[in-house]
Design a protein around this ligand. Structure first.
Ligand code: UDP
Length: 458
């Protein structure tokens, strides 16, 4: 702590401008990065491009907030697939972004140390080029995901689509990405492949960025980070998990129902399955019902986050029959949004049923909780594959969700097989915690980043 204070004093207080992608799973780690940098003496400005999602951080950590005028997307209301949405979102906001950053420069008397932008806000790279500002890319995903993007960005879309018709191809190893097979590539769930490949090309284009900051940890992804470094050819700073590094998870962007903590206090040690499918994904009522039956018959207590809007076509749980809600509330507890990190750190929690968003995996691993993986789209499937086969701290539930498979998965995780996974998860927890402590890989990477930013200020 003494050394940290010394460093804080020695930093010239430059301003760092953060540009997150306005989605929950991207904003939170970016704000945590901002928090960690502010502890080193930097002043933080956040440029938000849509709605008022980060205002809670402004109050909590005195971040300056700049909103791009008229940035609410012109295609609001249109149901766009993710790749299409991100590509159009970047185009729509390019001019507004450039104007806002130019205005900031005037306001701050040019005292801006650098811009750090989410890899999916790639249009920033073009905006800052003209303004001759130092820029860094921030990736909220894994190193292996970024490596896959590099490989995919070089693929000929037409040929790839024809090749994919070969029933053998999905199980073949991707030359260059051993041991990943074609079916592991994170291409599904983003819309038409051509559009997704276009997005990967935008994401891997470093433009003028001089370094990449990534929310991953060397002990989880050592070889992928080496490979990424070979592809990327600019410094890569793996400094995750940022939620630990920031020394506070920060304020939640959604209202948390803390009553679940009292409910957890009444449960036996390591008996509860926590279920959360992240901030975006939706399930059909049929799937939710199968989950409810399967969870109830597993005889294990469960804490279930059902986000408003997460059951397709309904506001909340009104589509579930009353007897199902009664059955669920006998064994479980439903909330609209939970304080996830605290939940995972609670001694009563024994397993996490997750959609395998990268933040959720980092949080589960950081708290030593084994997982049941139920990924929805490409990059989550890749994460789930790593959880199950590389780190061996979870099991995957594939195919259609039906009550029998839910019950079996919960039982597997809570019995002997689960005990081995829990042991490995606890070992990884210790490794992650030490990576952010003095001398650890993420601690060192963060120190190098701060040095780099200080040097660039001179
Ligand atoms: N989260 C939370 N409470 C909930 C559900 C999720 O705080 O009830 C947080 C969780 O801690 C994580 C984020 O939402 O930081 C979800 O991010 P992730 O990358 O796992 O998935 P995404 O939402 O991007 O699909």
């Amino acid at each position: 702590r003494g050394r940290e204070r010394e460093m804080e004093r020695s930093v010239k207080k430059g301003r760092i401008v953060l540009v997150p992608l306005p989605l929950h799973g991207h904003i939170t780690p970016m704000m945590q990065l901002g928090r960690a940098l502010s502890l080193k003496g930097f002043l933080i400005t956040v440029v938000q491009v849509e709605s008022n999602q980060v205002s809670s951080w402004q109050h909590f950590f005195s971040f300056q907030l700049v909103t791009i005028p008229e940035s609410v997307s012109v295609f609001q209301g249109e149901a766009l697939e993710p790749a299409e949405y991100i590509i159009r979102f970047n185009k729509t906001n390019e001019a507004g972004l450039k104007d806002s950053i130019s205005q900031l420069l005037i306001q701050q008397g040019n005292d801006i140390a650098c811009i750090i932008y989410d890899e999916f806000m790639y249009v920033c790279g073009a905006a800052v080029k003209e303004l001759k500002l130092l820029s860094l890319i921030f990736s909220t995903q894994t190193a292996i995901h970024k490596v896959c993007c590099y490989v995919l960005s070089k693929i000929d879309a037409k040929k790839f689509l024809i090749d994919m018709k070969d029933p053998e191809l999905p199980n073949k190893v991707v030359e260059d990405l051993h041991p990943l097979t074609y079916k592991d590539l994170p291409t599904s769930g983003f819309g038409p492949l051509e559009r997704y490949l276009e997005l990967t090309r935008e994401v891997v284009n470093n433009r003028t960025a001089s370094a990449v900051i990534i929310n991953t940890v060397t002990c989880l992804e050592s070889s992928s980070l080496t490979r990424l470094q070979q592809e990327i050819r600019i410094p890569v700073y793996p400094l995750g998990p940022l939620y630990i590094r920031a020394s506070s998870a920060g304020p939640s962007l959604k209202e948390e129902d803390r009553s679940c903590m009292e409910w957890l206090n009444k449960q036996k040690t390591r008996s509860v399955i926590y279920i959360s499918l992240g901030s975006l994904f939706q399930m059909e009522t049929k799937e939710v019902l199968e989950m409810a039956w399967g969870l109830s018959s597993s005889n294990q207590p469960f804490l279930w986050v059902i986000r408003p809007g997460s059951i397709a076509g309904f506001e909340w749980i009104e589509s579930l029959p009353k007897e199902v809600i009664k059955m669920v509330s006998e064994r479980g507890y439903i909330v609209k949004w939970a304080p996830q990190i605290e939940v995972l750190g609670h001694p009563a929690v024994g397993g996490f049923w997750s959609h395998c968003g990268w933040n959720s995996i980092l949080e589960s691993t950081g708290e030593g909780v084994p997982m049941i993986c139920r990924p929805f789209q490409g990059e989550q499937k890749l994460n789930a594959m790593y959880v199950e086969s590389v780190w061996r701290i979870g099991i995957q539930v594939g195919g259609e969700v039906e009550r029998g498979s839910v019950e079996r998965a919960v039982k597997r995780l809570m019995d002997e097989e689960g005990a081995d996974m829990r042991e490995r998860a606890l070992e990884l927890k210790e490794k992650l915690k030490s990576s952010v402590r003095s001398g650890g890989s993420s601690y060192n990477a963060f120190g190098e980043l701060v040095e780099y930013l200080k040097q660039s200020e001179k």
